[in-house]
Design a protein around this ligand. Sequence first.
Ligand SMILES: Cc1cc2nc3c(=O)[nH]c(=O)nc-3n(C[C@H](O)[C@H](O)[C@H](O)COP(=O)(O)O)c2cc1C
Length: 249
Amino acid sequence: MDEELKPYRNFLKDSIRKSIDFSQTDQSLGIPAPLIEKPYSPDSFLIKLNTANWQKIYPLKLSEAIKNRESRRIYTGDPLSLQELSFLLWAVQGVRFIAGGNAFRNVPSAGCRHALETYLTIFNVEDVEPAVYRYLPLTHELLLEFEESDLKEKMTKATFGQSFAGQSAVTFIWTAIPYRMEWRYGLDSHKVIAMDAGHVGQNLYLACEAINAGTCAIGAYDQEYFDELLRLDGEEEFVIYAAPVGKID
Ligand SMILES: Cc1cc2nc3c(=O)[nH]c(=O)nc-3n(C[C@H](O)[C@H](O)[C@H](O)COP(=O)(O)O)c2cc1C
């Protein structure tokens, strides 16, 4: 047993809680809560997403979705419709209601803190120019972040040569803004942020099954390169997970 491994195991344990003085967290000290969605400039280019009775439009049985789900790395090259993308975004981060300053969503999150942001590199979605976008859960819109040359190649590089990250119709990328969780839970935050990302990823896998698409979780990526590509500071916000999505045969 490599002794170096042992301290990292502690990350998975909740025993860290014993050493935390919760009376000293920023929330307990009366510091105002961080924003529940990353702000953006009022002159940003926005795309309104579809809302619909998704259960009627994509009525796949949950048991079917669970049975068929698998990691899919080969896509047909057919585009996704904007309606399909709207459905996937609703499934992974859609907001149901806001109460007590919290945005309750279709995925669970520790303390409803939702410390994740969802970015998209869009390559092949009908009526949407290829570029880097961000999902705005509070208004169910897409925000154009920036256009980037050679984005497919850069996505492959960002994922250590996993070329399907650039051959998708769209690749979802989740970043963490850890302070959203730390404000309440201090040192007890980081494990639950990772758990939250798992819920989001699983909803994407299952939702893809309903639109004849597939995805594959990506946990292996070049942290510095990916953060720079998305123009993140790598400290207050950084990439933690990605998932290319494309149509399947
Ligand atoms: C957290 C996590 C990270 C993963 N990272 C990668 C990855 O970087 N590249 C990849 O090809 N697959 C990745 N996978 C997919 C796994 O390889 C896949 O789930 C596993 O082989 C089982 O296959 P299945 O999902 O089809 O059941 C990841 C899965 C998870 C849950």
